[in-house]
Design a protein around this ligand. Sequence first.
Ligand code: ADP
Length: 451
Amino acid sequence: MRKRIFIIAFSIMTLMLVFYAVLSTQLFYDSAVLHTKGHLKVYMNAYSEEFSFDNYGAQAFSQQLNGVRVTFLDGNGTVTGDSEQPSLVGSAHVDREEVKLAQSEGEGYSVRSSDSIGADMVYYCVKTDSGYVRLALFTDSELGVFKDSVPTLAWFVFVIIIICMVFTYLASEHIISPVKKIARDAAMSREVKPPYPELKPVTDILNRRNMEVASKIKELSEEKELVERAQKSKNEFISNITHEMNTPLTSIKGYTELLSGGMLNGEQQKIAYSTILNQSERLTKLVSRVINYNELDNDELPSYEVNASTLLKDLISTLMPSMGKKSLSLKSDIEDGIIVNSRFERVNQVFSNLIRNAIRYNKEGGEIAITLKKEENGAVFSVRDTGIGISEKDIGRIFERFYTVDKSHNGVNGGFGLGLATVKKICKRSGWIISVESKIDEGTCFTVKIK
Ligand code: ADP
Protein backbone atom coordinates (compact mmCIF):
# COMPACT_ATOMS: atom_id res chain seq x y z
CA MET A 1 0.00 0.00 0.00
CA ARG A 2 2.85 2.37 0.88
CA LYS A 3 4.46 1.71 -2.50
CA ARG A 4 1.21 2.59 -4.23
CA ILE A 5 0.71 5.81 -2.29
CA PHE A 6 4.32 6.74 -3.03
CA ILE A 7 3.98 6.06 -6.77
CA ILE A 8 0.71 8.03 -7.00
CA ALA A 9 2.01 11.00 -4.98
CA PHE A 10 5.34 11.01 -6.84
CA SER A 11 3.65 10.80 -10.27
CA ILE A 12 1.23 13.64 -9.47
CA MET A 13 3.94 15.92 -8.10
CA THR A 14 6.39 15.15 -10.93
CA LEU A 15 3.71 15.75 -13.56
CA MET A 16 2.85 19.04 -11.94
CA LEU A 17 6.52 19.97 -11.82
CA VAL A 18 7.05 19.16 -15.52
CA PHE A 19 3.90 21.03 -16.43
CA TYR A 20 5.08 24.00 -14.42
CA ALA A 21 8.56 23.81 -15.96
CA VAL A 22 7.16 23.80 -19.52
CA LEU A 23 4.74 26.61 -18.76
CA SER A 24 7.34 28.75 -17.00
CA THR A 25 9.83 28.14 -19.84
CA GLN A 26 7.26 29.44 -22.31
CA LEU A 27 6.46 32.44 -20.13
CA PHE A 28 10.11 33.16 -19.53
CA TYR A 29 10.90 32.90 -23.24
CA ASP A 30 7.98 35.18 -24.20
CA SER A 31 9.03 37.69 -21.60
CA ALA A 32 12.68 37.60 -22.77
CA VAL A 33 11.61 38.19 -26.39
CA LEU A 34 9.35 41.04 -25.31
CA HIS A 35 12.18 42.68 -23.38
CA THR A 36 14.58 42.24 -26.32
CA LYS A 37 12.04 43.82 -28.66
CA GLY A 38 11.79 46.78 -26.25
CA HIS A 39 15.57 47.14 -26.15
CA LEU A 40 15.82 47.04 -29.95
CA LYS A 41 13.20 49.75 -30.25
CA VAL A 42 15.18 51.96 -27.83
CA TYR A 43 18.41 51.20 -29.73
CA MET A 44 16.75 52.15 -32.97
CA ASN A 45 16.22 55.67 -31.60
CA ALA A 46 19.98 56.08 -31.76
CA TYR A 47 20.01 55.73 -35.53
CA SER A 48 20.71 58.79 -37.61
CA GLU A 49 21.19 59.42 -41.30
CA GLU A 50 24.86 60.15 -40.61
CA PHE A 51 25.73 56.43 -40.76
CA SER A 52 26.77 55.46 -44.28
CA PHE A 53 24.50 52.71 -45.65
CA ASP A 54 27.30 50.12 -46.03
CA ASN A 55 29.32 47.68 -43.91
CA TYR A 56 31.33 50.51 -42.28
CA GLY A 57 28.23 52.43 -41.33
CA ALA A 58 26.66 49.23 -39.96
CA GLN A 59 29.75 48.45 -37.85
CA ALA A 60 29.92 52.03 -36.57
CA PHE A 61 26.28 51.96 -35.53
CA SER A 62 26.76 48.51 -33.97
CA GLN A 63 29.71 49.78 -31.93
CA GLN A 64 27.58 52.61 -30.68
CA LEU A 65 25.00 50.04 -29.62
CA ASN A 66 27.55 47.85 -27.84
CA GLY A 67 27.63 45.12 -30.45
CA VAL A 68 23.99 44.87 -31.49
CA ARG A 69 23.95 43.45 -34.98
CA VAL A 70 23.08 46.12 -37.52
CA THR A 71 22.01 45.47 -41.11
CA PHE A 72 21.26 48.09 -43.72
CA LEU A 73 19.05 47.21 -46.66
CA ASP A 74 18.13 49.32 -49.67
CA GLY A 75 14.53 50.03 -50.65
CA ASN A 76 14.31 46.63 -52.41
CA GLY A 77 15.36 44.73 -49.34
CA THR A 78 18.86 43.96 -50.55
CA VAL A 79 21.60 44.07 -47.93
CA THR A 80 23.93 47.05 -48.32
CA GLY A 81 25.83 46.61 -45.11
CA ASP A 82 26.02 44.25 -42.12
CA SER A 83 27.98 44.73 -38.91
CA GLU A 84 28.74 41.03 -38.45
CA GLN A 85 28.53 39.48 -41.91
CA PRO A 86 29.96 41.94 -44.48
CA SER A 87 29.74 39.23 -47.12
CA LEU A 88 25.94 39.45 -46.94
CA VAL A 89 26.04 42.63 -48.98
CA GLY A 90 24.00 42.08 -52.11
CA SER A 91 21.85 39.33 -50.74
CA ALA A 92 18.13 39.84 -50.92
CA HIS A 93 16.33 39.91 -47.55
CA VAL A 94 13.06 41.16 -48.89
CA ASP A 95 11.38 37.88 -47.99
CA ARG A 96 12.33 38.19 -44.27
CA GLU A 97 9.26 38.69 -42.17
CA GLU A 98 10.48 41.83 -40.36
CA VAL A 99 11.42 43.40 -43.72
CA LYS A 100 8.04 42.58 -45.21
CA LEU A 101 6.32 44.12 -42.15
CA ALA A 102 8.54 47.21 -42.37
CA GLN A 103 7.62 47.53 -46.06
CA SER A 104 3.91 47.46 -45.33
CA GLU A 105 3.69 49.01 -41.84
CA GLY A 106 6.91 51.03 -41.44
CA GLU A 107 8.36 48.67 -38.80
CA GLY A 108 8.36 44.95 -38.06
CA TYR A 109 9.63 42.31 -35.65
CA SER A 110 10.43 38.69 -36.10
CA VAL A 111 12.07 35.98 -34.00
CA ARG A 112 13.89 33.20 -35.77
CA SER A 113 17.12 31.37 -36.11
CA SER A 114 19.62 33.33 -38.13
CA ASP A 115 20.72 31.53 -41.31
CA SER A 116 24.06 33.25 -41.33
CA ILE A 117 24.86 33.13 -37.57
CA GLY A 118 22.99 29.95 -36.67
CA ALA A 119 21.38 31.20 -33.41
CA ASP A 120 17.96 32.47 -32.34
CA MET A 121 17.67 36.23 -32.85
CA VAL A 122 15.07 38.95 -32.43
CA TYR A 123 14.96 41.24 -35.46
CA TYR A 124 13.58 44.75 -35.59
CA CYS A 125 13.39 46.50 -38.94
CA VAL A 126 12.41 50.11 -39.60
CA LYS A 127 11.83 51.90 -42.89
CA THR A 128 13.99 55.04 -43.26
CA ASP A 129 14.58 57.51 -46.06
CA SER A 130 17.71 55.61 -47.12
CA GLY A 131 16.15 52.19 -47.05
CA TYR A 132 15.68 49.74 -44.14
CA VAL A 133 17.62 49.61 -40.90
CA ARG A 134 17.54 46.29 -39.09
CA LEU A 135 18.81 45.59 -35.59
CA ALA A 136 19.17 42.05 -34.22
CA LEU A 137 19.90 40.68 -30.75
CA PHE A 138 20.51 37.12 -29.61
CA THR A 139 17.90 35.50 -27.57
CA ASP A 140 17.73 32.03 -25.94
CA SER A 141 15.65 29.47 -27.78
CA GLU A 142 12.78 27.80 -25.83
CA LEU A 143 14.78 24.59 -25.75
CA GLY A 144 17.77 26.48 -24.43
CA VAL A 145 15.71 28.05 -21.68
CA PHE A 146 14.34 24.61 -20.80
CA LYS A 147 17.81 23.04 -20.82
CA ASP A 148 18.99 25.76 -18.44
CA SER A 149 16.25 24.83 -15.99
CA VAL A 150 17.05 21.08 -16.04
CA PRO A 151 19.54 21.10 -13.08
CA THR A 152 17.04 23.05 -10.98
CA LEU A 153 14.33 20.62 -12.07
CA ALA A 154 16.51 17.67 -11.05
CA TRP A 155 16.92 19.20 -7.61
CA PHE A 156 13.19 19.66 -7.38
CA VAL A 157 12.62 16.02 -8.36
CA PHE A 158 15.00 15.01 -5.59
CA VAL A 159 13.13 17.22 -3.11
CA ILE A 160 9.83 15.75 -4.38
CA ILE A 161 11.11 12.22 -3.74
CA ILE A 162 11.95 13.17 -0.15
CA ILE A 163 8.59 14.95 0.32
CA CYS A 164 6.73 11.98 -1.20
CA MET A 165 8.52 9.52 1.06
CA VAL A 166 7.65 11.55 4.17
CA PHE A 167 4.10 12.10 2.92
CA THR A 168 3.69 8.40 2.10
CA TYR A 169 4.89 7.37 5.54
CA LEU A 170 2.62 9.86 7.33
CA ALA A 171 -0.40 9.15 5.09
CA SER A 172 -0.08 5.38 5.38
CA GLU A 173 0.39 5.62 9.15
CA HIS A 174 -2.65 7.87 9.33
CA ILE A 175 -4.73 5.37 7.33
CA ILE A 176 -3.32 2.13 8.74
CA SER A 177 -3.12 2.92 12.46
CA PRO A 178 -6.96 3.14 12.91
CA VAL A 179 -7.29 -0.13 10.94
CA LYS A 180 -4.71 -1.76 13.22
CA LYS A 181 -6.60 -0.43 16.22
CA ILE A 182 -9.86 -1.87 14.85
CA ALA A 183 -8.18 -5.28 14.43
CA ARG A 184 -6.88 -5.10 18.04
CA ASP A 185 -10.27 -4.00 19.40
CA ALA A 186 -12.09 -6.70 17.41
CA ALA A 187 -9.93 -9.35 19.06
CA MET A 188 -10.68 -7.93 22.53
CA SER A 189 -14.35 -6.94 22.39
CA ARG A 190 -17.51 -7.96 20.58
CA GLU A 191 -18.35 -4.57 19.10
CA VAL A 192 -15.95 -2.25 17.34
CA LYS A 193 -16.77 1.37 16.59
CA PRO A 194 -15.44 2.89 13.32
CA PRO A 195 -12.88 5.68 13.96
CA TYR A 196 -14.17 7.41 10.82
CA PRO A 197 -17.24 6.78 8.59
CA GLU A 198 -15.22 5.30 5.68
CA LEU A 199 -14.28 2.35 7.89
CA LYS A 200 -17.88 1.56 8.84
CA PRO A 201 -18.24 -1.27 6.27
CA VAL A 202 -15.12 -2.90 7.75
CA THR A 203 -16.31 -2.59 11.36
CA ASP A 204 -19.77 -3.84 10.31
CA ILE A 205 -18.21 -6.99 8.83
CA LEU A 206 -16.01 -7.49 11.91
CA ASN A 207 -18.96 -7.01 14.26
CA ARG A 208 -21.05 -9.46 12.24
CA ARG A 209 -18.20 -12.00 12.25
CA ASN A 210 -17.73 -11.49 16.00
CA MET A 211 -21.42 -12.12 16.59
CA GLU A 212 -21.34 -15.26 14.44
CA VAL A 213 -18.26 -16.54 16.25
CA ALA A 214 -19.85 -15.79 19.64
CA SER A 215 -23.05 -17.62 18.72
CA LYS A 216 -21.03 -20.58 17.32
CA ILE A 217 -19.04 -20.72 20.58
CA LYS A 218 -22.28 -20.64 22.53
CA GLU A 219 -23.73 -23.41 20.36
CA LEU A 220 -20.59 -25.49 20.78
CA SER A 221 -20.49 -25.03 24.54
CA GLU A 222 -24.18 -25.96 24.72
CA GLU A 223 -23.49 -29.04 22.60
CA LYS A 224 -20.53 -29.88 24.80
CA GLU A 225 -22.71 -29.49 27.87
CA LEU A 226 -25.34 -31.77 26.30
CA VAL A 227 -22.75 -34.41 25.45
CA GLU A 228 -21.30 -34.20 28.96
CA ARG A 229 -24.78 -34.44 30.47
CA ALA A 230 -25.62 -37.41 28.25
CA GLN A 231 -22.36 -39.09 29.21
CA LYS A 232 -23.01 -38.41 32.91
CA SER A 233 -26.56 -39.69 32.63
CA LYS A 234 -25.34 -42.82 30.82
CA ASN A 235 -22.78 -43.47 33.56
CA GLU A 236 -25.42 -42.93 36.25
CA PHE A 237 -27.79 -45.24 34.40
CA ILE A 238 -25.20 -48.02 34.22
CA SER A 239 -24.20 -47.59 37.85
CA ASN A 240 -27.90 -47.59 38.92
CA ILE A 241 -28.66 -50.78 36.98
CA THR A 242 -25.54 -52.40 38.40
CA HIS A 243 -26.61 -51.35 41.86
CA GLU A 244 -30.19 -52.62 41.35
CA MET A 245 -28.94 -55.94 40.03
CA ASN A 246 -26.34 -56.37 42.72
CA THR A 247 -28.77 -56.93 45.62
CA PRO A 248 -30.77 -59.84 44.07
CA LEU A 249 -27.64 -61.39 42.57
CA THR A 250 -25.83 -61.35 45.93
CA SER A 251 -28.84 -62.93 47.57
CA ILE A 252 -29.18 -65.61 44.81
CA LYS A 253 -25.46 -66.37 44.94
CA GLY A 254 -25.44 -66.62 48.75
CA TYR A 255 -28.41 -69.01 48.95
CA THR A 256 -27.11 -71.09 46.06
CA GLU A 257 -23.76 -71.55 47.81
CA LEU A 258 -25.48 -72.57 51.03
CA LEU A 259 -27.74 -75.00 49.18
CA SER A 260 -24.91 -76.55 47.18
CA GLY A 261 -22.85 -76.88 50.37
CA GLY A 262 -25.75 -78.79 51.99
CA MET A 263 -25.68 -76.45 54.94
CA LEU A 264 -29.42 -75.78 55.21
CA ASN A 265 -32.11 -77.86 56.85
CA GLY A 266 -35.55 -78.53 55.29
CA GLU A 267 -37.29 -75.31 56.44
CA GLN A 268 -34.25 -73.15 55.57
CA GLN A 269 -34.05 -74.75 52.12
CA LYS A 270 -37.69 -73.76 51.47
CA ILE A 271 -36.89 -70.14 52.36
CA ALA A 272 -33.76 -70.27 50.20
CA TYR A 273 -35.65 -71.58 47.14
CA SER A 274 -38.41 -69.03 47.56
CA THR A 275 -35.88 -66.17 47.92
CA ILE A 276 -33.96 -67.32 44.85
CA LEU A 277 -37.25 -67.42 42.91
CA ASN A 278 -38.36 -63.97 44.14
CA GLN A 279 -35.01 -62.36 43.38
CA SER A 280 -34.89 -63.97 39.93
CA GLU A 281 -38.36 -62.58 39.19
CA ARG A 282 -37.24 -59.19 40.43
CA LEU A 283 -34.21 -59.32 38.14
CA THR A 284 -36.40 -60.27 35.20
CA LYS A 285 -38.78 -57.41 36.04
CA LEU A 286 -35.88 -54.95 36.28
CA VAL A 287 -34.48 -56.04 32.93
CA SER A 288 -37.88 -55.82 31.24
CA ARG A 289 -38.51 -52.31 32.76
CA VAL A 290 -35.09 -51.09 31.62
CA ILE A 291 -35.68 -52.48 28.13
CA ASN A 292 -39.14 -50.91 28.04
CA TYR A 293 -37.76 -47.55 29.20
CA ASN A 294 -34.97 -47.55 26.62
CA GLU A 295 -37.23 -48.71 23.81
CA LEU A 296 -39.33 -45.58 24.23
CA ASP A 297 -36.50 -43.57 22.60
CA ASN A 298 -36.75 -45.62 19.42
CA ASP A 299 -40.52 -45.93 19.38
CA GLU A 300 -41.45 -44.72 15.92
CA LEU A 301 -44.62 -46.84 15.68
CA PRO A 302 -47.63 -44.96 14.28
CA SER A 303 -50.30 -43.54 16.57
CA TYR A 304 -53.95 -44.44 16.35
CA GLU A 305 -57.15 -43.55 18.17
CA VAL A 306 -57.37 -45.07 21.64
CA ASN A 307 -60.53 -44.96 23.74
CA ALA A 308 -58.94 -43.67 26.96
CA SER A 309 -62.23 -43.88 28.92
CA THR A 310 -62.66 -47.62 28.31
CA LEU A 311 -58.96 -48.26 28.85
CA LEU A 312 -59.03 -46.46 32.23
CA LYS A 313 -62.20 -48.22 33.43
CA ASP A 314 -60.72 -51.65 32.53
CA LEU A 315 -57.45 -50.76 34.25
CA ILE A 316 -59.24 -49.70 37.45
CA SER A 317 -61.15 -52.98 37.59
CA THR A 318 -57.90 -54.97 37.32
CA LEU A 319 -56.37 -52.89 40.11
CA MET A 320 -59.36 -53.18 42.43
CA PRO A 321 -57.88 -56.22 44.28
CA SER A 322 -54.68 -54.27 45.07
CA MET A 323 -56.79 -51.38 46.40
CA GLY A 324 -58.81 -53.85 48.43
CA LYS A 325 -55.67 -55.20 50.08
CA LYS A 326 -55.02 -51.72 51.53
CA SER A 327 -58.73 -51.06 52.18
CA LEU A 328 -58.61 -48.04 49.90
CA SER A 329 -61.77 -46.30 48.80
CA LEU A 330 -62.01 -45.16 45.19
CA LYS A 331 -63.75 -42.13 43.72
CA SER A 332 -63.74 -42.02 39.98
CA ASP A 333 -65.15 -39.46 37.56
CA ILE A 334 -64.51 -40.72 34.03
CA GLU A 335 -66.12 -39.05 31.05
CA ASP A 336 -67.15 -41.53 28.37
CA GLY A 337 -65.86 -41.55 24.83
CA ILE A 338 -62.58 -39.76 25.34
CA ILE A 339 -60.45 -40.58 22.32
CA VAL A 340 -56.70 -40.06 22.46
CA ASN A 341 -54.39 -40.18 19.48
CA SER A 342 -51.61 -42.42 20.77
CA ARG A 343 -50.95 -46.13 21.30
CA PHE A 344 -52.79 -48.41 23.72
CA GLU A 345 -49.67 -49.52 25.62
CA ARG A 346 -48.42 -45.94 26.05
CA VAL A 347 -51.73 -44.62 27.49
CA ASN A 348 -51.95 -47.73 29.63
CA GLN A 349 -48.42 -47.25 30.98
CA VAL A 350 -49.10 -43.65 32.00
CA PHE A 351 -52.42 -44.41 33.72
CA SER A 352 -51.26 -47.65 35.32
CA ASN A 353 -47.92 -46.33 36.70
CA LEU A 354 -49.61 -43.34 38.29
CA ILE A 355 -52.50 -45.34 39.80
CA ARG A 356 -50.16 -48.11 41.04
CA ASN A 357 -48.07 -45.43 42.81
CA ALA A 358 -51.23 -43.92 44.32
CA ILE A 359 -52.00 -47.40 45.74
CA ARG A 360 -48.41 -48.24 46.74
CA TYR A 361 -47.71 -44.95 48.53
CA ASN A 362 -51.15 -44.63 50.11
CA LYS A 363 -51.95 -45.22 53.75
CA GLU A 364 -54.09 -48.12 54.99
CA GLY A 365 -57.76 -47.17 54.49
CA GLY A 366 -56.88 -44.12 52.42
CA GLU A 367 -58.60 -42.70 49.36
CA ILE A 368 -57.90 -42.52 45.67
CA ALA A 369 -59.69 -40.11 43.31
CA ILE A 370 -59.34 -40.68 39.56
CA THR A 371 -60.72 -38.30 36.93
CA LEU A 372 -60.64 -38.20 33.15
CA LYS A 373 -62.31 -35.22 31.49
CA LYS A 374 -62.56 -33.71 28.06
CA GLU A 375 -60.85 -30.36 27.60
CA GLU A 376 -60.38 -27.98 24.75
CA ASN A 377 -57.81 -29.62 22.43
CA GLY A 378 -57.65 -32.89 24.42
CA ALA A 379 -58.31 -34.31 27.85
CA VAL A 380 -57.10 -34.13 31.45
CA PHE A 381 -56.30 -37.18 33.55
CA SER A 382 -55.64 -36.87 37.27
CA VAL A 383 -55.04 -39.25 40.13
CA ARG A 384 -55.14 -38.02 43.71
CA ASP A 385 -54.26 -40.05 46.78
CA THR A 386 -54.23 -39.46 50.54
CA GLY A 387 -50.88 -41.17 50.99
CA ILE A 388 -47.49 -40.36 52.44
CA GLY A 389 -46.87 -37.41 50.10
CA ILE A 390 -43.55 -36.20 48.71
CA SER A 391 -41.29 -33.63 50.37
CA GLU A 392 -40.31 -30.39 48.60
CA LYS A 393 -36.72 -31.61 48.51
CA ASP A 394 -37.68 -34.76 46.57
CA ILE A 395 -40.50 -33.54 44.38
CA GLY A 396 -38.11 -32.04 41.81
CA ARG A 397 -36.29 -35.36 41.39
CA ILE A 398 -39.01 -38.01 41.32
CA PHE A 399 -39.05 -38.07 37.49
CA GLU A 400 -35.34 -38.95 37.34
CA ARG A 401 -34.39 -42.50 36.43
CA PHE A 402 -33.88 -44.81 39.43
CA TYR A 403 -34.83 -42.06 41.86
CA THR A 404 -36.67 -43.39 44.88
CA VAL A 405 -37.53 -41.21 47.85
CA ASP A 406 -37.26 -43.87 50.52
CA LYS A 407 -34.31 -46.08 49.67
CA SER A 408 -35.56 -48.70 52.12
CA HIS A 409 -38.63 -49.19 49.84
CA ASN A 410 -36.22 -50.05 47.11
CA GLY A 411 -36.62 -53.73 46.41
CA VAL A 412 -39.11 -54.26 49.19
CA ASN A 413 -42.06 -52.59 47.43
CA GLY A 414 -40.75 -53.64 44.11
CA GLY A 415 -40.06 -50.07 42.96
CA PHE A 416 -36.99 -49.38 40.85
CA GLY A 417 -37.56 -45.67 40.38
CA LEU A 418 -38.32 -46.18 36.69
CA GLY A 419 -42.12 -45.78 36.75
CA LEU A 420 -42.32 -41.95 36.78
CA ALA A 421 -39.27 -41.65 34.48
CA THR A 422 -41.16 -43.82 31.97
CA VAL A 423 -44.36 -41.75 32.37
CA LYS A 424 -42.38 -38.52 31.90
CA LYS A 425 -40.66 -39.83 28.76
CA ILE A 426 -43.97 -40.92 27.18
CA CYS A 427 -45.52 -37.51 28.00
CA LYS A 428 -42.54 -35.67 26.53
CA ARG A 429 -42.61 -37.66 23.30
CA SER A 430 -46.40 -37.28 22.99
CA GLY A 431 -46.45 -33.55 23.75
CA TRP A 432 -48.42 -34.10 26.95
CA ILE A 433 -47.78 -32.13 30.12
CA ILE A 434 -47.40 -33.82 33.47
CA SER A 435 -47.48 -31.95 36.79
CA VAL A 436 -47.48 -32.96 40.42
CA GLU A 437 -48.68 -31.42 43.66
CA SER A 438 -47.95 -33.00 46.98
CA LYS A 439 -47.93 -32.40 50.73
CA ILE A 440 -46.07 -34.64 53.03
CA ASP A 441 -48.41 -36.91 55.03
CA GLU A 442 -51.48 -35.51 53.25
CA GLY A 443 -51.25 -36.91 49.77
CA THR A 444 -50.24 -36.40 46.16
CA CYS A 445 -51.98 -35.48 42.94
CA PHE A 446 -50.57 -36.16 39.46
CA THR A 447 -52.21 -34.42 36.48
CA VAL A 448 -51.59 -35.18 32.82
CA LYS A 449 -52.80 -32.81 30.08
CA ILE A 450 -53.37 -35.04 27.03
CA LYS A 451 -53.37 -33.49 23.55
P1 ADP B 1 -40.99 -46.56 42.09
O1 ADP B 1 -40.91 -47.71 41.22
O2 ADP B 1 -39.98 -46.47 43.16
O3 ADP B 1 -42.37 -46.24 42.54
P2 ADP B 1 -41.39 -44.23 40.50
O4 ADP B 1 -40.56 -43.65 39.46
O5 ADP B 1 -42.76 -44.64 40.13
O6 ADP B 1 -40.56 -45.39 41.12
O7 ADP B 1 -41.50 -43.20 41.66
C1 ADP B 1 -40.34 -42.54 42.11
C2 ADP B 1 -40.49 -42.15 43.57
O8 ADP B 1 -41.49 -41.14 43.67
C3 ADP B 1 -40.99 -43.26 44.43
O9 ADP B 1 -39.89 -43.99 44.94
C4 ADP B 1 -41.73 -42.55 45.51
O10 ADP B 1 -40.91 -42.22 46.56
C5 ADP B 1 -42.22 -41.28 44.88
N1 ADP B 1 -43.65 -41.37 44.51
C6 ADP B 1 -44.17 -41.65 43.33
N2 ADP B 1 -45.53 -41.59 43.38
C7 ADP B 1 -45.86 -41.25 44.64
C8 ADP B 1 -47.10 -41.02 45.31
N3 ADP B 1 -48.29 -41.15 44.71
N4 ADP B 1 -47.03 -40.69 46.63
C9 ADP B 1 -45.86 -40.56 47.26
N5 ADP B 1 -44.64 -40.76 46.68
C10 ADP B 1 -44.66 -41.11 45.38
